[in-house]
Design a protein around this ligand. Sequence first.
Ligand SMILES: [Mg+2]
Length: 195
Amino acid sequence: MSTRRFVLGLDLDGVCADYTGGFRAFVAGERGVDPATLPDPVDWDWTRCGWGIATRAEYLDLHGRAVAAGLFRDLAPLPGVSEQLWRLSEAGVRIRVITHRLVVSGGHGAAAADTVTWLERHRIPFWDLCLMADKPEVGADLYLDDSPANLTAFAAAGRAALVFDQPYNRAVPGPRVADWPAAADAVLAALPPAG
Ligand SMILES: [Mg+2]
């Protein structure tokens, strides 16, 4: 009988939580415009997503103010995430949340506290919570992420990863999963044989 659990390195934004939707609502509110006027980003770079964000600094300012206003507490969960993660947990998978989120200085208290509040509110099972940018440095048997930069880093480090499909990561090579039922199926298929 195996004593070591299979570790899933689980990203939050764009995988478990609808960052695009929450950030869209914040930016629309700031500008007094209809959120529907802000299209789905098809590029990871927010200065190229058609929202009129001119520079990285402007994005970071908006993001930092959104976090201070409770963005990470209020994001909508993606469909099926809790149910499918419980399915994995019950199959013996050790869920290790690995999220950057500590991007803007001064907002780390809100980012960390709101992340834990959100995970509990939406009944996301997890064993470990890692708030760090260099994800390949965190051990995991399989990663699930949406960021082109992270997915490229996993490949470069020889780490197994699944691409959680988003309009801004279509150029990244797979394996790719389209939604939470497919993601959980793919994780279960990657587990070593029992015994
Ligand atoms: Mg992400």
